[in-house]
Design a binder for this molecule. Structure first.
Ligand SMILES: [Fe+2]
Length: 461
């Protein structure tokens, strides 16, 4: 057969088409037209997760994901999911894609692909649906400028080194009232870049509303698609569970009425989850701050304290004061001997109060300790909590560590403590990393255990 130019062209075209159909595709050299990727827990974390990002150009973005790591080869992932919600807010085109029907306690890998290119490959773990050991980090209060911004970044880097299952962030994300676009951009970029582990594991956030979000009470819904109650986006309080009756966490809101419908919601939620092994509440303002610079909040105490006790809340996490505290387990009882500020120590049935929010904000003096304070501390810190199911003759329990990220000397010279801290791996996530700086809790050493009866006084030589 005589091969004319036309037939040669046809043969060549067929060859190219067959190459493509045989799967000879190359990974895009180009990044996706998006950034500020973050993962959010706002529903059942054993079967779902929300991926959020800022899309710069209209380019039909899609999450490509699966349980096998395919790197940036987006076409090899088993599942796809476009955004469920797109929001034009604070100079961002925020996209939310909720992945559902996930398997519990599993690694998932994903990229975000659009017409411009492909994102980095990230991954995450879904929460277990049976009692299983994990760690989480709690803290709050970041600022948008100068030394406090850098201190917050040091805390962020500690998250990546400790690789917890999730972070409870107890409010106050940016300086001001939470409506300045640049500040959110900085916060979100930092969060992605600094809290993600070296191998691309992203740590989901469980966000809590603080007073620096009060410029718009729906802020956490705009940024994280946080749930709200009664069809009112100002009422951002909600809860999640994991571990099949093992662990329940609540995000309360101290910037709206703590009584009324929020109190009703809290009682209902505590009642429904009373049988859970551990119940943890996060909110921003403490009842009784450990610095004299902050006002007491008796109304909040009156609305919540008795419910916490009645339904056996194990741990309460607050923020706002820009310092650290850990209390003994407390029972609300104004008439008991030794009662102070309406609380008396009750090692068996009380709630331990942890706080008070110095992820990055400049620390305040810890000048308002109570008779039931175990330890307060002036410095930047996050709480690292190991949650451990019963076994080997030990009960269900938690270990609480206060991890220092930054301190200041008398001339306000800053020292950061993250750089030399060992990065934990998937195989040693419960190890105390080399070179980590922990707060020593007086009589009890670096670790405070819950239930409190497990603690022993540490004797020093
Ligand atoms: Fe605050």
């Amino acid at each position: 057969m005589i091969k004319t130019p036309a037939t040669l062209l046809i043969v060549f075209s067929a060859f190219i088409i067959s190459l493509v159909t045989l799967g000879c595709r190359t990974v895009s050299e180009f990044p996706a037209a998006s950034d500020k990727y973050r993962l959010v827990w706002n529903d059942d974390p054993t079967t779902s997760i929300t991926i959020a990002w800022d899309q710069h150009e209209k380019a039909e973005p899609t999450v490509m994901y699966g349980t096998k790591d395919k790197g940036r080869k987006h076409w090899k992932y088993k599942f796809t999911k476009p955004a469920d919600r797109i929001l034009d807010k604070y100079e961002m085109k925020t996209h939310f894609a909720k992945l559902s029907n996930l398997k519990s306690d599993k690694s998932y890998y994903f990229v975000i692909k659009d017409q411009k290119g492909v994102s980095e490959r990230f991954w995450f773990r879904t929460a277990p649906n049976r009692p299983k050991a994990f760690t989480f980090i709690a803290g709050g209060d970041t600022k948008s400028e100068d030394g406090p911004l850098e201190a917050g970044r040091a805390s962020n880097r500690l998250v990546s080194k400790l690789r917890p299952l999730f972070v409870m962030f107890n409010g106050d994300f940016c300086s001001g009232n939470g409506t300045v676009p640049d500040r959110w951009h900085t916060w979100l970029r930092d969060w992605q870049e600094l809290t993600t582990t070296e191998d691309g594991r992203m740590i989901p956030i469980f966000p809590v509303h603080g007073n620096h979000e009060n410029g718009d009470h729906a802020n956490l819904n705009y940024i994280f698609n946080a749930p709200y109650q009664e069809s009112d986006s100002a009422k951002i309080y909600y809860s999640l569970s994991l571990g099949g009756g093992f662990f329940h966490i609540m995000a309360l809101n101290s910037s709206v009425d703590e009584g009324g419908s929020q109190r009703d919601w809290l009682e209902n939620d505590l009642k429904r989850h009373e049988h859970y092994t551990f119940k943890i509440a996060g909110y921003h303002k403490p009842f009784w701050p450990h610095t004299s610079r902050k006002a007491e909040n008796p109304y909040q105490y009156n609305q919540w304290a008795h419910l916490f006790y009645r339904y056996h809340l194990n741990i309460s996490m607050d923020g706002d004061s820009h310092m650290s505290k850990i209390t003994y387990p407390l029972r609300p009882d104004s008439s008991a001997a030794g009662s102070y500020m309406g609380y008396v120590r009750d090692d068996k049935d009380g709630t331990m109060f942890l706080g008070e929010g110095s992820w990055g904000a400049f620390p305040r003096a810890n000048d308002d300790d109570k008779p039931w304070t175990i330890k307060s501390f002036e410095g930047n810190q996050i709480k690292w909590i190991h949650v451990l199911p019963s076994g080997e003759n030990l009960p269900d329990r938690m270990s609480i560590y206060t991890v220092v990220s930054c301190t200041y000397d008398e001339n306000e010279k800053q020292t950061l403590y993250d750089a030399e801290v060992e990065s934990l791996t998937e195989d040693n996530m419960f190890k105390i990393p080399d070179n980590i700086k922990l707060v020593e809790n007086g009589l009890y050493g670096f670790e405070i255990k819950y239930p409190f009866s497990l603690n022993q006084v540490v004797t020093k030589n």
